[in-house]
Each structure stands twice: as C-alpha cells, then as structure tokens.
Design a protein around this ligand. Structure first.
Ligand code: RUG
Length: 868
C-alpha cells in the first residue's frame, strides 16, 4: 500500500513525454548536457544520436511501464518467445516510425494535434534536429546494428517481437546479450576475413541494465538423492560445481500506432561475488580474474553458424544459462500471483524458436519436481501444455544433438531427467505399437551410435511440446513425411501444424522504402498508413497495375532506390563507380543476398553469370557487334552479399569465386559495361534496408526441399522486386498469393530430389553442355590465373561427388528462365511494371502480424491486451 501523500507527490511530479518539437528539443539538450555531460560545442553526430535515442527512449519507458502495469492487471495469458538470436538491426528509426500519432488523449507524445497535417512524429523530429544543427539521416547512421543473430531465424524473431507489440499481445522475448554479435565481414583480395563486432563500444541507449535482477545459474557438480528415494523421478538435489550470475538487460519494443511497449530481456553472464572473494582471500588473485573471464565468456560471442550444429560445450553452456535464467524469471513472476501450479499453462505459453531452447523443457520439469516437489506426472503435464516448438530445417547437419557424456558432465541432473522423460515416452510408444523395436530406437531421444551416444534435441522438443510447427506449407508437410514421420505415427498429425513466416511491413516497407510507402499511401488514399496494420488494403493497388501514369511513378521510385544502392556500392568499392548511371533505368539489378550456403546455391547464380559472360564473348569473337550482343544480353548488374560461417570452406570458396569473376568481368572493356558483378561486403540488416528496395530481380534458388521458408523473398516482393526462384519454402505460397504470372519459377521439384541424387551416385549422368563450358573455363584458370586449381573443389562437388545440391540438374532451366527475365524486363517494361505492382498488391499475407495472430489463435491461445 502506497500512502496517499506519496501518491500525490508522485502524481504532481509525474514524468511527461515530449509531444511537440519544442519539448523534444528541450529533452535533447538536457540529455546532451546531463546524460552525456557534453555541450553545444562538442556535440557531434554520435552525441546527437545518443541524445535523440535517450529522448525517444524516455517516451517509450513511460509507455513501457504502463504496458507492464496494464498487462499485469488484466492477468491474461502471457507469451514468452525464447530465441538464441534476435537480429534487431537499428532501433532509433524504427522507434520514430512506430511512435504513435493516432490519439489525442493526454500524455501520449506526438499526436495528430501537435503535428501539422500529414506530418509524422518522425518528420517532426527531423525538423527539430535540423533546427538543432543536425541531419536526421546522418544521425541515424551513427547507430551500430544490434546484430545478435546469423540470418533468417534471428531476423524472424525480431519481426515477431515487433508484431507482438503491434498486436498488443502481452509478450516478452528472451535471449542473450552477446558482447560480440555476428562478425563483421571484410573482403580482402576476394576472401572473407572475419573481424569482431564489438557493438557495445559506445554505451547502448536502447538497453536498460537491470542490475537488481540477477539469477544464479549452476553448472557441473553432482546429484544427491536421499537414501530412501530409489527412483530418479523423485525429487533430487543438484549440487552445482560452478556458479555464475545471469543479469537482465531490457530493450523496449514499441508497437506501431499503439502505446503498447513490450520487453526484450537479454541476459549477460557475470561472476558471482562469493566466488571472487574466496579466491581472493586465499591470495589466488590471478585465478579469481580467470574465473571472472570464464563466467563472462558465456555471453561473450554469438556462434556464427547458420543451419549448422557445431556441438561445442560453450554453446551448450549458453543454452542452459539462458533457459534457466529465463525460466526462473517466468516462474518468479507466476508465483507472485499465488495461483496453483496446475494453472501455469493457462497463464503462460512458451514458444521455442528452434531446438536451441529445448533445455527449458527439462529445466521446468526440474523446477517443478525437485524444487516445488510436484509429482513427476503432474509436472510433466504442466510442462507439455506450456511449450510449443518451431522447427526451421529438415537438413541433418543443422539438427542439434549433444553427446550424452558432455551433457551429463555439464548438467548431471538434467541428463537424468532426460532419461526419465524418454523412458516414459518409450513406454507409451511400446503400449501403442507393441514389440516394434525399430520404432522405439528410431524415436528414442537417445541416439545409440557405435561410439558416442547423443541426445536428439528435436525429439526432446517434440515430446515436451503440445504443438510443433514448420515455417512454410511445403516445409511443414516435409517435416511430417521425413524427419518427424514416426512422431506423426505416435501422436497423430494434429500435433503438427504450419505457420508460414512473415516480415514486419513497418521496417521492410515504411522504413526501408519511404518513397514507395508514400506512393502507396497516396494512391490508396491512406494518409495515416493504416495499411501497415491491415495489408489487405494493398489490393487497392491492383486497379492501377496497367495505369501508365501510375506505372511511371512506380518506376521512378524503383530508379531512385537503385541510385541509392549504386551510391552504396560506389562507397564500398573505394569510390569507383561500376554502375553506368546514364543507363541505370535499363540496367537490371539482379540480387542474391543471404547467408552463403551450398544449399542456397550462390554457385548456381555465379555459374549463370559466367555462362552469360562466355556467351557474350563468343558472340563478339564470332563477329557480332556490341549492339547485337546488347540485344541478346542486355544490361545487368549481378549483386551478391552474405556471410559464410568462418569454418565453412566451400562457402568461403564461393565468395572468392564471385569476387574473382567480378574482377575479370568488370575490367573487360570489350563487353562495354553490359555486365557487372559486385559482392557487397558485410551484409547486415541496415544494408538490407538499402539493398532490398533496389532490386528488379532477386534470387531464391535453393535446391527444392532444403530452404524451410526464406523471408528475404517476402521482403523483395514487398518492395516491388520480382523473384527468380525454385519451388521451395515460402516461394510456393508467394506464387499462390501473387499469381504464377508474376514470379519466375524454375528447376526440379522436391519430390524428385531423392531420385536425382540417386542417379548422380549410381548412374552415369551427363552434365549440360553450357555448364561444362562454364566449369572448363573455371578449371582453366580464367578467373584465377595465378592458381588454376583454386576452385577445383567447387567443380569436383558437381562432377565427381554426386552434385548433392543438384546444380547440374537445374542449370539449363535456370539459364532459360533468366533469358525470359531479360525478355520481359527489356522488351516489355509495361508488363514488368504490371507484375511488380500486382506483386505488392497481393503480398499482404506475408506480414508478420498475420503469423502472430495464427500463433496466438492456434498454438498459444492468447489474447491481446488492448490499451483503453
Ligand atoms: O533456413 C531457415 C530459413 O529458411 C527460414 O526462413 C528461417 C526462419 O524460419 O530460419 C532459417 N534457419 C533454419 N536458420 N537456422 C535454421 C536451423 O537451425
């Protein structure tokens, strides 16, 4: 109970948001002077970024506090999204866009009343900053990306927290606060070189350190069980051997046009103080420091693998550290309400983003059985009703498994619990399918190998969850017919479902492509950008698909965005402009940006580029004029970007090949700038915001059945780019939504992959003629004169090692489809623009708001908590 007098005082001095430009300016200056201890005379762009962020954050914190109070008071079901990766990118511009402008009630920040008509909060701040002597764009550039993820999986989590807040769901994200995010990529002599990404170099205005929230986390040690207790399913004491502290850092996550501000809680590891003291008192100063570093190493660095399980002990430590800290936090909050344990699943839904947080299942069972003394089966019922698991891959090398010895050493009690979970599960299988020993060994959580035994994390996640979902229809069907086939038999098909991925249109349309957003809102007569919340409004655009005046405006926006990208490329190319600006309107920008991976087949793309180059040269050699060549192979820039895992030899070789081809092609005067190739170094979220709006064509060309969904395909379509793609992942549903006339599909289907692979292994398959020429050119050293055999492994994988990714099977179809692309782009611009407009008109399905609604309805059973 708070005394009336205190309450009155609190009210009298209530903190207030800035709502006008003037109030913002006052805040800004006070942050420069007080928070940063600087002045007008030494306030540079970085300080201006810090002060602007602090000022905007002040507004968010007020809403953040109210949101937490409102959500606690309404006591609805809370959703926790556990993800080891959150690839957030920059926060300031996003916060400015999301800042609400739709209400005139008191203390809401900038409102329609305080803004001039048609102006947004962002515009208000841009003008205020100009008055203060700064340019908003330059200030925004100061912010380092929060790059706490590898690729699609981490960016999906970032889009989801945006949509959760926008949809007013009481939802928190839980992750790790890595000191080093994904490495920065440098390209030196054509090779990828990794350098550390110390993103916390300057203090991070977007995090609120909660030094009062510290959770002790144990590792190693042994299990103590009272003599009288015979079975492992009875409560046990785990005596940990090493203890570290998990400290919370909160990032406010603002929703769009709503006062809901949710929380992303990231944990960092700290040594315990008892630890230091005991060592210190024994005079072992050096060791006490080592112990400190050992603790801090847990959250020092993000593992830089995408779709690959490396199986390192420190990674398992990260996983348990994060799961245990998050669960402790969730349970602590639940216990405040003094509700019975049986109501835990009514109060809480926990979504596991991939198998990385699977230990949370085991940890909750441990908390309930060992600490809260619940009966094993009652506890297990609570656990399975609480968790749901999202699978993101069918590829074997990406499915996590941990050696039993390693897991048992680090987490002895958890291994016992895993054994017991498995024991009860196998008993239930045996009951349903008596004497089927093969089935039992196939579904067992423990994989019995000749040497090592492993814990299969995906199986544990399935057994411990009430729902399992894939991330696109094709992928969700595939998991049921391949890797989880036996579990469909055991549980029935209803446990498995699909939620097709999505992306947030706030960042990927409004923020990344302001010109297109403006054209859209003007055309569909939606000055308040409500379409960003209801993307079905975009279908209005279809009316104008063939309207010439509109097509011109649409094309002008694209050309503007292409120039913006050309500027970036020039800057990254040490000031050398490889793109002929006079012809930019009829230069096709063909882009493939994503992690470099053999299954994503950047090698198919670059072989296609080489083929084009060789054909151009052949025409010239056989006497064609350059105009004739241009007629057949019109202007094109092939743009690549993406990181390879540091230890992934083949992916690194693909990067080198792209750069080597660029070197030759870009310097060949004979082809007169008709073809250019560029590899954008250090592809990240903020670069994607420049690259995505500039594509005419983007490539999503994975071997059928390997890309679970892909999300950059959605981003490109949302920005009016067309797609060349295989029948894989979400490409299938993109085709369904935008129409098959508006996408360039090619290649073999997933149902044929197995047979094609078999043929490569056991039959004599011949390679397509055009591909043979390409491989011969590479082999002859045409792109590596100093070392002709440099790219031999890439060639061997196709010629002599079974062509696992089926490059040769799809090559001709790829080249023919690229020809079709050229024809439409260069010979029928109107048709091209019509396709582009119709694609955007029908892209609404891929908003992450739709995904979140599907998760809430079909998996979490959670409702929004709407502000009054
Ligand atoms: O490779 C998948 C993408 O296809 C998908 O779009 C994304 C989000 O669902 O997740 C990616 N992914 C899968 N990242 N890691 C994995 C396996 O751990």
């Amino acid at each position: 109970k708070i005394p009336v007098q205190s309450r009155e005082l609190w009210n009298k001095h209530k903190v207030r948001k800035f709502g006008t430009a003037e109030e913002f300016e006052e805040k800004f200056i006070s942050h420069v002077e007080w928070t940063l201890a600087r002045s007008l005379y030494n306030c540079d762009d970085l300080a201006a970024y810090q002060a602007t962020s602090q000022s905007v954050r002040d507004n968010l914190v007020i809403d953040w506090n109210k949101t937490q109070q409102r959500q606690t008071a309404r006591d609805g079901k809370k959703v926790y999204y556990l993800s080891l990766e959150f690839l957030m990118g920059r926060a300031l511009d996003n916060a400015l866009i999301n800042m609400r402008t739709d209400t005139s009630s008191q203390d809401v920040g900038p409102t329609d009343e305080t803004l001039t008509k048609g102006n947004t909060a962002r515009e208000m701040i841009r003008n205020a900053m100009k008055d203060l002597g700064f340019k908003l764009e330059d200030v925004l550039e100061q912010e380092p990306d929060a790059a706490l993820g590898n690729g699609g999986l981490g960016r999906l989590a970032a889009c989801f927290v945006d949509s959760l807040a926008t949809g007013n769901y009481p939802a928190w994200g839980y992750g790790l606060r890595y000191q080093y995010g994904i490495f920065a990529q440098k390209i030196i002599d054509g090779y990828q070189v990794e350098t550390p990404d110390y993103w916390l170099n300057f203090s991070n205005p977007w995090e609120i350190e909660r030094s009062e929230i510290q959770v002790p986390i144990n590792f190693y040690g042994y299990v103590h069980r009272p003599e009288s207790e015979k079975t492992t399913t009875s409560p046990s004491d785990w005596i940990g051997g090493e203890r570290v502290l998990a400290m919370a850092h909160d990032m406010p996550i603002p929703g769009f046009k709503t006062p809901t501000v949710n929380n992303l809680r990231l944990w960092s590891a700290k040594p315990t103080t008892e630890f230091d003291f005991s060592k210190f008192n024994n005079g072992d100063y050096k060791n006490s420091v080592e112990q400190q570093q050992r603790a801090e190493s847990i959250t020092a660095v993000l593992y830089p693998n995408d779709n690959f399980d490396q199986g390192k002990e420190l990674r398992l430590k990260q996983q348990y550290f994060w799961c245990a800290a998050s669960l402790h936090d969730i349970v602590r909050r639940f216990k405040k309400n003094k509700r019975p344990w049986s109501e835990f699943p009514d109060a809480i839904a926990i979504q596991l983003n991939d198998t990385h947080p699977t230990l949370a299942i085991v940890e909750l069972q441990r908390v309930l059985v060992d600490l809260e003394k619940l009966d094993w089966h009652k506890a297990w019922d609570i656990v399975t009703k609480t968790f749901a698991y999202t699978n993101h891959t069918v590829m074997q090398e990406a499915l996590e498994k941990w050696p039993v010895g390693l897991l048992g050493h680090l987490l002895p009690r958890h291994l016992e619990i895993i054994y017991d979970i498995n024991w009860f599960f196998l008993q239930s299988v045996e009951k349903k399918f008596p004497h089927d020993m093969d089935l039992l060994s196939r579904v067992s959580v423990i994989e019995e190998g000749s040497q090592e035994r492993y814990v299969r994390m995906a199986f544990l996640a399935i057994i411990g969850s009430h729902k399992v979902n894939g991330v696109a229809e094709l992928h969700s069907d595939l998991i049921k017919s391949t890797i989880f086939q036996d579990f469909v038999k055991v549980y029935g098909a209803n446990k498995f479902t699909n939620v097709t991925n999505g992306i947030t249109p706030r960042r990927w349309l409004k923020q990344a492509n302001p010109k297109l957003a403006e054209l859209i809102s003007e055309t569909i007569n939606d000055p308040n950008d409500d379409y960003l919340l209801d993307m079905s409004k975009l279908t209005e655009l279809a009316k104008y698909a063939e309207d010439e005046a509109f097509q011109k405006k649409w094309n002008d926006v694209k050309q503007f965005n292409k120039s913006r990208l050309a500027d970036l490329i020039k800057r990254l190319n040490n000031g050398v402009d490889i793109i002929d600006r006079d012809h930019i309107r009829n230069t096709l920008f063909d882009i493939q940006v994503k992690r470099i991976h053999e299954y994503k087949r950047q090698q198919l793309n670059i072989f296609g580029v080489i083929n084009r180059y060789l054909c151009m040269k052949e025409m010239l050699q056989s006497g064609s004029s350059i105009d004739e060549v241009a007629e057949r192979y019109p202007r094109k820039v092939s743009i690549f970007g993406g990181k390879s895992a540091p230890g992934y030899y083949m992916a690194k070789l693909i990067i080198k090949l792209v750069n080597s081809v660029a070197e030759v092609v870009n310097n060949d005067a004979e082809i007169c700038d008709l073809l250019k190739v560029f590899f954008i170094p250090d592809y990240n979220v903020s670069k994607a915001e420049i690259i995505t709006p500039a594509s005419d064509l983007s490539e999503h060309i994975s071997t059928a059945g390997t890309e679970a969904s892909g999300t950059s395909n959605m981003k490109f379509v949302m920005n009016g780019g067309l797609i060349i793609g295989t029948v894989d992942g979400a490409n299938v549903e993109i085709t369904r939504e935008i129409g098959e006339d508006n996408i360039f599909l090619f290649g073999n289907l997933s149902e044929n992959v197995e047979e094609l692979r078999y043929n490569h292994q056991f039959q004599n398959t011949s390679l397509p003629e055009a591909l043979v020429k390409v491989l011969n050119a590479v082999e002859s050293g045409a792109f590596s004169p100093q070392n002709a055999s440099e790219f031999r492994p890439l060639i061997d994988s196709i010629k002599h090692q079974g062509d696992y990714y089926l490059v040769s099977d799809d090559f001709d179809s790829y080249v023919a489809t690229q020809d079709l692309v050229d024809q439409v782009y260069h010979k029928d611009k109107k048709e091209w623009l019509k396709k582009s407009i119709l694609s955007v008109a029908n892209v609404g399905f891929f908003s992450s708001d739709r995904c979140i609604e599907e998760y809430a309805e079909t998996i979490w059973n959670a409702e929004p908590v709407k502000p009054e």
